[in-house]
Design a protein around this ligand. Sequence first.
Ligand SMILES: NC(=O)c1ccc[n+]([C@@H]2O[C@H](COP(=O)([O-])OP(=O)(O)OC[C@H]3O[C@@H](n4cnc5c(N)ncnc54)[C@H](OP(=O)(O)O)[C@@H]3O)[C@@H](O)[C@H]2O)c1
Length: 257
Amino acid sequence: MRVAIVTGASSGMGKEFSREIAHFYKHLDEVWIVARRAERLKVLADRIEKRTGTLVRVFDGDLAKDSVYEKMKEELLRRRPDLRILVNCAGFGKTGRVQEIDAGEQLGIIDVNCRALTRMTLLCLPYLSGGSRIINAASAAAFAPQPGFAVYAASKAYVKSFSYALGEEMKERGIYVTAVCPGPVDTEFFLRSGELPGEGRQLCRSDVKPVVRKALLDSAAKRQISVYGAPMKAARIFAKLLPDAAVAAVMKQVNHI
Ligand SMILES: NC(=O)c1ccc[n+]([C@@H]2O[C@H](COP(=O)([O-])OP(=O)(O)OC[C@H]3O[C@@H](n4cnc5c(N)ncnc54)[C@H](OP(=O)(O)O)[C@@H]3O)[C@@H](O)[C@H]2O)c1
């Protein structure tokens, strides 16, 4: 049985990945979708099933807690699927100065963006096989230290680094890992994170569809990184050229901190 797993499927990019994946991977038998908001997942599952005929299983739960992994482990053991693609998309951020943001919220960012993504990957690795893909939602925030978005940017630097290293390790098994590094994307993300100041960011904001489409195409092309749009490609080059201290000082100005 060929399966795709998508976390963060109740909203934004994860929802779009869930919708697109059944089209993109023609021979999938099931899509397993994960997030906390069960009602949204059920509605999405119904729509995908009606549109594509692919069965969708809902795993509602908090990725910062154990129970959702236990449910998934049980299903994996029972069904022993051929996992064609894992999309780790759940994540969130919080803007502001480190000393001013609630400590629990900041540690929660690390729990979901880093720990949960790693835990889900480790759980799924035995079920991936030659030609399987992992897509990890990193961010253009991974390119540079970001005063005003410090823990989030650091968490995404982890995702980018982990994805490159895992991809290298997985080459022998024919499994390809892509870190998706978009700039601002028009989703509910900013309702929770708060807005970073700066008109440039508003101008650079992308629609979710082309970002996800590019990520799927880059993953199919076995690319290690997917960066949508010229401004973010330029930001990546800029961050590579300057020392970290200089980039952090520039980002402090850009973020008005
Ligand atoms: N939007 C952007 O500008 C942007 C740019 C670069 C990268 N990214 C990254 O892309 C990914 C998707 O973001 P998005 O823009 O699509 O944001 P979004 O619309 O807010 O979606 C975030 C998803 O993560 C899930 N999630 C959050 N915490 C969770 C938890 N504890 N347990 C289970 N699920 C959890 C949410 O589901 P529930 O609330 O239902 O649990 C939701 O489905 C994130 O990793 C984000 O950091 C976003």
